[in-house]
Each structure stands twice: as C-alpha cells, then as structure tokens.
Design a protein around this ligand. Structure first.
Ligand code: 3PG
Ligand code: MG
Length: 414
C-alpha cells in the first residue's frame, strides 16, 4: 500500500500500554452491520473490532461487548410485524465466535441480573456479548442511570465504536463519567480512525482534493463549507451535482434536484471562489430514460440534459478531468459515489474515480475513503487495499469533517 507515513495523533496508545490482566474490559463496539435473511452481508465493522478484543484477551483479561443494531423501538412502532428478534445481536454470536476462535457467550438483556451474573463470572480469555442496547429507550436518550448500570459490568471502559461516535448515547458518551480517566480509553479501531481523519484535516499535503458525491446537496453543505478551509480542490459528483447546474440556469431534464437549495449551491461556489478553492463540477453525464438497471442510456453535456432524461453517472469527459486532478493530489478524501454504481450501466464514473484514487495512493498520496456508499463502491471494485484508509464511519466521519466534536470522543478525553 502506498501513502505517506501515518500522522501520529496518539503519541502513544493508552490502550496498547494498558495491561488488561484479570481485568474485565467493557467495550462499546459498532456491530450495526447489514444482515439479510439472517446472514451478515458485510462484516467489515466486526473484523475491525477484533484487534482490540484480541489484545485484551492476550493480556489475560475478559471482554464484555455492547452494541446497538438498527433502530428497534422506532422501527417496531412503524412496522408492527417486526419483533425484537429482528433486531437481536444474537445473530452475530456465531460469526464472531468463528472470527475470534473463542465461543462467545450471550446475555439476552444488557442490564438484567443474568447479564450482571454472566459478566461477573467471566474468566480470563472469555467473551460476553450483550443484547441490543437500543431495546432500551434510555440508550438513545443518554440516560444517566442506564449508563451507570452498564458501567457496573466492567472494570475498564473502552470505546471502539467510531461508527456511533457522533451519538451522545448512554453507552457511547454518558457512561465514560463512571470510569476514572485511567480506566476509560479508545480502542485500537477508534485510535486508527481518529488518526486517519486528523491526518487529512490537519496534516494534509497539498494538493488536497476532496471528492464529494451522493444524492443531496443538503447533506453535504457543512462538510463542503468546512473543507473550503482545508482543501485545494473539491470534486462534486453524484446526484447533488445537478442542483449546482440548475442553480446556474442549465437544463437538467429529470435529474435529481433540490429546488430549495439552488441559492445554497450558488453561495458555495462563490465562497469557494473567494477562498481560491477550485470546485470541479462534472461537465457531462451518462443519462437514462428511467431510474432502472435496464434503462436506455445516452450521454449529454450537463448544460443541456433533454427533457425526460436524467443523469445517473458522470460522463467520460468528467471521468478524464476528475482523474487528472486526483492523480496530481497528495491528500485525498472521498465521501460519496459519482453515480448509481449499484447498477452496472452507471458504475463507470465511480470506478474511474476509484482507479484514480488507487493510482495516486500508489504514487505516495494519502487517501481516506469514508461514508457508507463510497466504501461499498471501493469494496465492490476490490480497491479496499489500494487506498490508505477505509473508514467504518458513515455519519460519524461526515460530522468529523464538518468540524464537529463527536460526543463519543469528547467523553473519553474529558
Ligand atoms: C450507523 O451505521 O450509522 C451507526 O451504527 C449509527 O447508527 P444510527 O445512525 O442508527 O445512530
Ligand atoms: Mg446512521
């Protein structure tokens, strides 16, 4: 793998220097992984938590894992056919046991007497997984009593749930106050995530190109505004690009557009110009006559997309100009795909970008990819090991780059 040597945000890892011998580590992980028909379809987040778990076990400690999965209370209200079983973390026990080579125990309620007993009885080398924290509304409310009950289960609190670090929930933030400062710390995944993000935000070599894609401008305003202070170039692709074209009076046919964000789009362009940041909008698109994998397709200039057609991917001219900018970059942040890459006809643009990011990385650039869909794209095209860092955070990474302090990180540092 290419890439500049990683910026050392953590001078020394508190987690690595802690000896967990005969200690019970209560680890908040983010096991909110996609599960379809009972099968885990992407176990990246589980695998990413393994080094932390293994270090505790290797020291002679035991591990109590806690996580949320989905949004059970809200979803069960909306769909009465759903039951708790549809949100149970018990579906992860088997796979986790295989990955760890340890038979993981399970407590079917995170704060019950049974959970307390099982945690208390854990021997060195043993692992207990607690049932979904979000079965309790107190979790998302950040309830202090609930957090305190959870805190009693372990001697040391380790937060390794970067994917949930933007939530001020009981298990991610509130719980930290019940542990002395030497008994609360980040896990190895959290350390690497923060290191990677800090490297891009505060140690970027220029040119620094941010590639921002996705459907909506409204989701990305804050990140673009914050990046105007850091990046030299911002590439904009995906559905959100058409709002920029419409704002400039172009014809975008039936392409995605947020009509209430036209002024915002123009303001972002003006701000960028004032700051000397180069915004690259796609010159052309692959257009389709419907939003479907079997649509008829053609290509068009983005100033003039015919009525009845919609842009679903960036076109070849855009691929060429974007790739050139990326190849010349020394720091790259990629959040959001260029088109509807899930459909074969509209994956070319995102694949070109992945190619260029991989090439730049090979030549020494530092590249960070984060945010659900761009990570899925990198995985789909087999580029996971060709970029410097792939984040497990979606919303959390976005908020980090918006310049916000994440509650899960702040609570440990207090
Ligand atoms: C995620 O996948 O976004 C995290 O696990 C956080 O979940 P949430 O968005 O439901 O809070
Ligand atoms: Mg989310």
């Amino acid at each position: 793998m290419g890439g500049v040597s990683s910026f050392k945000y953590f001078a020394m890892s508190k987690f690595n220097s802690y000896n967990f011998d005969r200690q019970k580590a209560l680890i908040r992980v983010d096991f909110n992984v996609p599960i379809k028909d009972g099968r885990i379809t992407d176990d990246t987040r589980i695998k990413a938590a393994l080094p932390t778990i293994k270090k505790v076990l290797a020291d002679g400690g035991s591990v109590i894992l806690m996580s949320h999965w989905g949004r059970p209370i809200k979803d069960m209200e909306k769909k009465p056919e759903l039951t708790r079983a549809d949100f149970s973390l018990s579906r992860i026990t088997g796979h986790l046991s295989n990955l760890l080579g340890v038979q993981v125990q399970f407590a079917d309620d995170c704060i019950s007497d049974d959970a307390v007993q099982k945690a208390a009885n854990l021997k060195a080398g043993e692992v207990l997984l607690l049932e979904n924290l979000r079965y309790y509304k107190q979790e998302e409310k950040g309830d202090k009593d609930f957090a305190e009950k959870l805190s009693k289960l372990g001697d040391v609190y380790v937060n390794d749930a970067f994917g949930t670090a933007h939530r001020a929930h009981a298990s991610t933030a509130i719980i930290a106050q019940f542990f002395a400062s030497d008994k609360r710390m980040f896990g190895l995944l959290m350390e690497s995530e923060v290191s990677a993000a800090e490297n891009v935000l505060h140690n970027s070599q220029k040119p620094f190109t941010a590639i921002i894609g996705g459907a909506k401008v409204s989701d990305k305003i804050l990140i673009i505004e914050n990046l105007l202070e850091k990046a030299t170039d911002i590439i904009i692709g995906g559905g959100m690009a058409y709002t920029f074209f419409k704002a400039q009076g172009c014809h975008i046919g039936n392409s995605l557009c947020e009509d209430d964000r036209l002024d915002t789009a123009n303001e972002l362009l003006k701000k960028a110009e004032a700051k000397g940041v180069c915004i690259h909008l796609p010159a052309d698109s692959i257009i389709a006559d419907k939003f479907a994998a079997d649509a008829n397709t053609s290509s068009a200039n983005n100033q003039e997309i015919p009525e009845g057609w919609m842009g679903l991917d960036i076109g070849q001219m855009s691929c060429d100009t974007f790739s050139k900018v990326i190849r010349e970059s020394k720091t790259i942040l990629w959040n959001g795909p260029m088109g509807v890459f899930e459909m074969d006809k509209f994956q070319h643009g995102t694949k070109c970008i992945a190619d260029a990011v991989a090439e730049a990385t090979e030549s020494g650039a530092y590249s960070l990819v984060g945010g659900g869909d761009s990570v899925a794209a990198v995985n789909k095209f087999g580029y996971t090991n060709k970029v410097s860092y792939v984040s497990t955070g979606g919303g959390a990474l976005l908020e980090y780059f918006e310049g916000k302090e994440l509650p899960g990180i702040a609570a440990i540092k207090k």
